[in-house]
Design a binder for this molecule. Structure first.
Ligand code: SAH
Ligand code: SF4
Length: 378
C-alpha cells in the first residue's frame, strides 16, 4: 500500500533532515548528501542522486518529494528586475523578486500569503491574510530563483572553491516580500538556517536580512535562535503616528521597539540595525519628523533607508517629492546617521517595495468590513 502524503524534503533544515533519515534507519551523512543534491545542485529528482544507494533512492521516491512552489508568471522589468508569481495552492499566489546590481544580486522573498498586520500604506496588507508559507515554500523561492536564473551550478562551484559570497548570481537574500516574517517564525527560521548552511546555500549572516514591522518578542527569539541582519520598518517618529501607520505599534510601542533593537545588536552579525522609513507626502516627512527621529534612535546604532512611497490603487497616500526626501535625509545625515534613499526598481512590473500583491484569498474579516464601510460612506 502506498504511504500517505509524501514528505516534502524542502521543509527540513539539516537537523530536521538528519532526524527524518534516522527515522528510516539511515545515517546522518545520507541526509547531508541528499541536502547537497537538493540545495547545492538544485536537484529535484532522486534518480539523479548518483552517489546515494539505489535502494535508498527507490525508497525515497516512494515516500518523499522535492517540491518547490510552481511559477505561474515571470515578468522582467526594463531595469533587469525579475518578478515571479508563485502558486501556493487554493487560489493563492505570492511573489518573489530578483534585483540584479553590479556588485550583488538580491532575492526578495515572501513569508506569508498576505499579511495580517494591515499597515496603512502597504498593498500586501490591504489584501488581507490567508496563511503562513511552509518552510518549503519559503526556501523553495530561493531554490527556484537559482534554477531559473541558471545559477545553481555556479553556486555549487563557488562553494567548492571556498568562495563564500562572491561571484554568485544571488548573493543576498532579504525577507522583504509579502508577509511579516516574524509572524511565521518557525518556518522562516528553518528557511534561514538553510540559507546559511554550507550544505545548502552557504550565505553569510550579514547577507541575509529579516525585515520586521516590530514584533518585539519574536525579535528576541530571532536574536537567540538565528541572528541575521535586521531591518525594522519604522515609518514614524512618534507613537501617535506609528499607531496609525503600523498598527502593531499599539501592542509594541516605540520605547519597547528601540530596546529590542538594542538587545538584538548584542548578537547581530552587523553592528547596526537598518531602519526602513517610507516617505509619505505630508504625513511623516517634515523637518520636525526628521528631528524627532534623530532623538528617537539616539541610543541605537543604526542606518536609515528611506523608501519613496510606491503607489497602488486607492492607497490614499502620495510619494514625498524628491526635494523633500533630500532635505529629510540631510537632517539625518547632519546628525551623523548614515542614510540612503532606496532606488525604486522594477516599477514597470509592480515589483517595488510594498507593491507585491500576488493573489490572496483573505481569511480575516477585513475585506468584508472594508466593503461594508465603503458602502456606508456612500
Ligand atoms: N512585513 C515586513 C517585510 C515586508 S515589507 C515589514 O513590514 O518589514 C518590506 C518593506 O516595504 C517594509 O519596510 C514595508 O513597510 C515597506 N513598504 C510597504 N508598503 C510600501 C509602499 N507602498 N511603498 C514603499 N514601501 C513600502
Ligand atoms: Fe505586513 Fe510588512 Fe505590509 Fe505591514 S508593511 S502589512 S507588516 S507586509
Amino acid at each position: 500500500m502506498k504511504m500517505n502524503t509524501p514528505v516534502n524534503l524542502l521543509d527540513f533544515d539539516i537537523d530536521g533532515l538528519v532526524a527524518w533519515f534516522a527515522g528510516l534507519g539511515e545515517k546522518p551523512f545520507r541526509a547531508r548528501q541528499v541536502m547537497r543534491w537538493m540545495h547545492r545542485e538544485g536537484c529535484d529528482d532522486f534518480d539523479a542522486m548518483t552517489d546515494v544507494a539505489k535502494s535508498l533512492r527507490a525508497r525515497l521516491k516512494d515516500i518523499a518529494v522535492i517540491r518547490p512552489p510552481v511559477p505561474v508568471r515571470d515578468s522582467v522589468s526594463t531595469d533587469g528586475t525579475r518578478k515571479w508569481l508563485l502558486d501556493v495552492g487554493n487560489a493563492n499566489a505570492v511573489e518573489t523578486v530578483f534585483i540584479p546590481e553590479t556588485s550583488r544580486g538580491t532575492l526578495c522573498v515572501s513569508s506569508q500569503a498576505g499579511c495580517a498586520l494591515d499597515c496603512a500604506f502597504c498593498s500586501t496588507g490591504k489584501q488581507g491574510f490567508n496563511r503562513n508559507l511552509s518552510a518549503a515554500e519559503i526556501i523553495g523561492q530561493l531554490w527556484l530563483a537559482n534554477k531559473l536564473l541558471g545559477a545553481a551550478r555556479e553556486t555549487a562551484a563557488d562553494l567548492e572553491a571556498g568562495d563564500k559570497d562572491n561571484g554568485r548570481i544571488i548573493s543576498n537574500v532579504v525577507m522583504m516580500g509579502m508577509g511579516e516574517p516574524l509572524a511565521n517564525f518557525d518556518n522562516v527560521v528553518t528557511a534561514l538556517r538553510l540559507m546559511l548552511d554550507d550544505h545548502a546555500y552557504g550565505l553569510s549572516r550579514r547577507r541575509v536580512t529579516v525585515s520586521t514591522s516590530g514584533i518585539v518578542p519574536a525579535m528576541d527569539r530571532l536574536r537567540d535562535e538565528c541572528p541575521v541582519a535586521l531591518a525594522v520598518s519604522l515609518h514614524a517618529s512618534n507613537d501617535a503616528l506609528r499607531d496609525r501607520l503600523v498598527p502593531i505599534n499599539q501592542k509594541y510601542p516605540l520605547r519597547e521597539l528601540m530596546a529590542a533593537c538594542q538587545r538584538y545588536l548584542e548578537r547581530a552579525p552587523r553592528d547596526f540595525v537598518t531602519f526602513e522609513y517610507v516617505m509619505l507626502d505630508g504625513v511623516n516627512d517634515s523637518d520636525a519628523h526628521a528631528h524627532e527621529l534623530v532623538a528617537l534612535v539616539r541610543d541605537v546604532p543604526c542606518k536609515f533607508n528611506l523608501i519613496p512611497f510606491n503607489p497602488f490603487p486607492n492607497s490614499g497616500f502620495l510619494r514625498s517629492g524628491a526635494e523633500r526626501i533630500r532635505r529629510f535625509a540631510g537632517i539625518l545625515i547632519d546628525a551623523g546617521i548614515v542614510t540612503t534613499t532606496r532606488k525604486t526598481r522594477g516599477d514597470d512590473v509592480d515589483a517595488a517595495c510594498g507593491q507585491l500583491a500576488g493573489q490572496v484569498q483573505d481569511k480575516t474579516r477585513r475585506t468584508m468590513v472594508r466593503l461594508k464601510q465603503s458602502t456606508e460612506i456612500r
